[in-house]
Design a protein around this ligand. Structure first.
Ligand code: ZN
Length: 241
């Protein structure tokens, strides 16, 4: 049996990551996949990197991972993200930064692909919100299924005659179609639901299952404030925005 727990955009939220991993183990997941943005925004970047490294699972690089691995700001982030990133950089060891730097942008795992942002230009960190954005990625998708993140919005795009978006919780993978599946965000969902998002791919059953998990959000919020990170980062978590 092969059952993949696929998670993205942890953003240093340790409580959310732990809740997702324990849910995945309860659901008998056998393999783990990380779609990037392990760090940034929340208060436990080192701990989250350690957990992902210890899982020793296929992982791709996110834009926050890239920024954290740079020696200093490159001016690509807005002010709040940059304040959090300056704080994050200072927490990480040289070894953490090197590990983030060495992550690849895109990988194939078994019969599916993983990427953080888009398949057409993975290093430019574009956002796939609409059918048209998904259509550009589908052009470069050579497997039936690809998992991605970056928007923090759990959803999927299905291409048969054309690309269309779905927010179904269960997606049956059918022959001849392509699936570009956003696993949502573990540590900072922005689809109006505060619960940690991730995805289970039941490979033997051709079934993709989108999941949400409650976690100790107050604990995560208090740590953000205690760390001196921007207050808004704590306030947005319960809103799911
Ligand atoms: Zn992100």
């Amino acid at each position: 049996m092969m059952r993949f727990a696929i998670f993205s955009d942890i953003h240093a939220n340790l409580e959310a990551l732990e809740a997702v991993l324990s849910d995945a183990r309860e659901r008998h997941c056998t393999h783990f996949i990380c779609l990037g943005d392990i760090v940034g925004y929340n208060a436990n970047p080192r701990e989250c990197i350690k957990i992902v490294r210890d899982l020793d699972c296929p992982t791709v690089k996110g834009n926050h991972d890239e920024q954290a691995s740079q020696p200093e700001a490159t001016g690509d982030f807005n002010e709040m993200a940059e304040r959090a990133m300056t704080w994050t950089r200072a927490q990480l060891s040289d070894e953490d930064r090197q590990w983030l730097r060495d992550l690849r942008l895109q990988r194939q795992v078994r019969d599916f692909t993983i990427v953080h942002a888009t398949l057409d230009t993975p290093g430019q960190w574009g956002y796939v919100f609409r059918d048209l954005d998904a259509a550009a990625s589908f052009t470069y998708q050579h497997t039936a299924v690809c998992f991605f993140g970056h928007t923090h919005i759990q959803c999927a795009f299905i291409r048969d005659e054309r690309a269309r978006r779905t927010q179904q919780e269960q997606i049956h993978v059918e022959f001849g179609k392509k699936y570009f599946v956003n696993a949502g965000s573990v540590g900072q969902p922005r689809d109006g639901d505060w619960r940690a998002a991730y995805c289970i791919y039941h490979a033997d059953e051709n079934l993709i299952e989108q999941r949400r998990v409650r976690y100790a959000i107050e604990k995560a919020r208090k740590k953000i404030i205690a760390a001196g990170l921007p207050r808004l980062l704590a306030d947005r978590l319960p809103l799911g925005r």
